[in-house]
Design a protein around this ligand. Structure first.
Ligand code: IPE
Ligand code: IPE
Ligand code: MG
Length: 271
């Protein structure tokens, strides 16, 4: 996989002028296993409330579901798993819930790190972490450094992440390069912008799953999921198990991804 993502790199689909190269697209349309899966882990609060428990119990149960999802992704051979843990809009929640989530984040990071490392998982936190406590920021940096050499699965945890923020930060970096004369404004292209987004080396999102029954993207990976297959399930996140993950993969495998082509062009590409 090149650094520019599935759809904008010559080797995986498109030539420089944006036209599809047959060999690149063929590999994408023949892909029955997504390489990059992103999950909007929704429904923790409702899961807890249904049992008469406080919302935080739902977040705690959600951590178990994260552990299961990571091991299922590894077992399946998925290359990147991107989990939405805390959105840039989640600061609007009651202070108590926000601080409980921060605490949980720190505890889980500490507790799970060794196992993640032993299992060849590379941890990558995406989002604006500058708003987190210095202690949490330090913990994140250490966890990323410790697992940096792992290659079995990249686990991207989106924390204080927003898809619009991601695009803006990439645009700002490019604007700075224009200011310093490193590039000219006409070198701002889809390709160069995508190179400055989070997860730029991991290919675009192939499959986006949302649990919890709602049908929206909630400002998650907007650019990277431009051509993702979307799967929505009523299952609440704490109940999302191996079987539910396999079902989502089966739905993906049954879809025809067309990338702008016609159905019969796709049939021709499907050897
Ligand atoms: C998702 O579950 C987890 C976070 C947003 C942190 P919610 O907390 O949104 O659960 P519901 O949607 O209220 O059930
Ligand atoms: C999306 O869930 C964010 C995470 C899963 C972290 P929300 O529960 O915050 O989404 P909305 O606000 O209902 O769209
Ligand atoms: Mg929710």
């Amino acid at each position: 996989m090149s650094s520019t993502g599935n759809l904008t790199s010559p080797e995986s689909g498109n030539t420089q002028d944006g036209t599809a190269s047959a060999s690149g697209l063929a590999s994408l349309v023949n892909q029955s296993l997504p390489r990059h899966v992103a999950i909007i882990m929704d429904g923790n609060g409702r899961w807890a409330q249904a049992q008469g428990k406080p919302r935080v119990m739902g977040h705690k149960a959600g951590v178990k579901a994260v552990r299961r999802a990571v091991s299922t992704a590894r077992a399946l051979g998925i290359k990147s798993l991107t989990l939405f843990a805390f959105s840039s809009e989640n600061w609007r929640r009651p202070d108590k819930e926000v601080s409980l989530l921060m605490e949980l984040f720190m505890t889980v990071l500490k507790r799970e790190l060794k196992l993640l490392d032993q299992n060849g998982v590379r941890l990558n936190i995406i989002g604006d972490i500058s708003r987190f406590s210095p202690r949490l920021q330090k913990q994140i940096a250490e966890a990323e450094a410790r697992t940096a050499g792992n290659e079995d699965l990249i686990l991207n945890v989106a924390a204080n992440y927003g898809g619009r923020w991601d695009i803006v930060q990439a645009a700002q970096t490019l604007a700075q390069k224009v200011e310093t004369g490193e590039i000219t404004s006409n070198q701002i292209t889809e390709e160069s912008l995508s190179q400055h987004l989070c997860m730029q080396n991991q290919g675009e999102v192939d499959l986006m799953i949302r649990t919890g029954g709602d049908f929206r993207i909630s400002n998650f990976v907007l650019w990277q999921a431009a051509y993702a297959e979307l799967v929505f399930t009523d299952t609440l996140w704490p109940d999302f198990d191996e079987q539910a993950f396999h079902e989502a993969i089966a739905i993906f495998a049954g879809r025809q991804r067309r990338f702008g082509l016609t159905g019969s062009q796709i049939e021709d590409l499907r050897a």
